[in-house]
Ligand binder design. Structure first.
Ligand code: CIR
Length: 269
């Protein structure tokens, strides 16, 4: 997941595609999935690509009652051995969380866990991490109280958190950005102001990508130098390869159809 530094991405939790996937929420990039078998094939290829890059992948049983359950990134935030279980911003997704929380608590025996109360809302997909600098999207899923909960957790480590306002035509911060390395942020033109991220640490760079490749800005950088990217976004591929990164392209069409991106399907822990 985006909240883990590249060197911490050794293990990923993923969740298989449910029979109900055609009813997944879709409002931004997608018009709704129509081909569950194809989604399953794409998800299997995704898991294989993670494994080929040296990631240990654990596949959690799917939950047919929750069409969006494969998008595990939104359900937990693990930062350096502390876990935040956010209250997800979409009411239909709230009950996806218990088995994920249970798995992580067992896998990370004794992990300190924080929860959210009251009106606080957050999807993990609104967080990206550039080394020790964090960005959170204020979006239709993540509100100021949710951001305050995240800030309390990050204060524990003295990590800085900067807020990015997500425009109404995008779902999450990770829907339109990612950190393919601990020094680079991919951002599409026309979605965020040029100064949205503030001054970055020395040696870091924002890579601006044409707006028509906004979906391609979501990538997964892995510790072996490989970056998983969605197939069909040539500017993203070229920009990363020009900077020495090795890309692996994956067909994400049926995952995009439900507004899901590469990072959404993994929770690194
Ligand atoms: C949703 O609307 O919640 C799902 N259909 C897509 C979630 C994608 N997750 C993410 O961007 N982190």
């Amino acid at each position: 997941m985006a909240t883990v530094r590249l060197d911490q991405k050794a293990r990923a939790l993923v969740r298989a595609v449910p029979d109900s996937y055609e009813r997944a929420l879709a409002r931004y990039f997608g018009e709704g999935p129509t081909n569950v078998p194809l989604a399953r094939n794409q998800h299997a290829a995704y898991c294989q690509a993670l494994e080929a890059a040296g990631v240990e992948v654990h596949i959690l049983d799917t939950d047919h009652a929750h069409p969006d359950c494969m998008f595990v990134e939104d359900q937990a935030v693990v930062v350096d051995g502390i876990m935040l279980l956010p209250t997800p911003g979409a009411p239909s997704r709230v009950n996806e969380q218990p088995p994920i929380a249970e798995f992580l608590m067992k896998a990370l025996d004794g992990i300190q866990t924080c929860t959210m109360g009251g009106e606080a809302r957050m999807d993990g997909g609104d967080i990206i991490r550039l080394g020790n600098l964090f960005f959170v999207g204020r979006s239709s899923r993540t509100n100021d109280l949710g951001i305050a909960s995240l800030r309390s957790l990050l204060d524990f480590f003295d990590y800085e958190l900067r807020i990015i306002d997500i425009p109404p035509h995008a779902l999450h911060l990770t829907s339109i950005t990612s950190t393919p390395s601990d020094q680079h942020i991919l951002v599409p033109e026309g979605y965020l102001p040029k100064d949205a991220f503030g001054v970055l640490p020395e040696g870091s760079e924002i890579i601006w990508i044409p707006a028509d490749e906004a979906y391609g800005c979501n990538t997964i950088g892995l510790s072996n130098g490989t970056v998983l990217i969605a197939e069909g976004y040539p500017s993203v591929k070229q920009a990363l390869e020009q900077r020495g990164m090795v890309t692996v392209e994956l067909d994400m069409s049926e995952i995009r159809a439900a507004d899901g991106s590469l990072t959404c399907c993994s929770l690194f822990y």
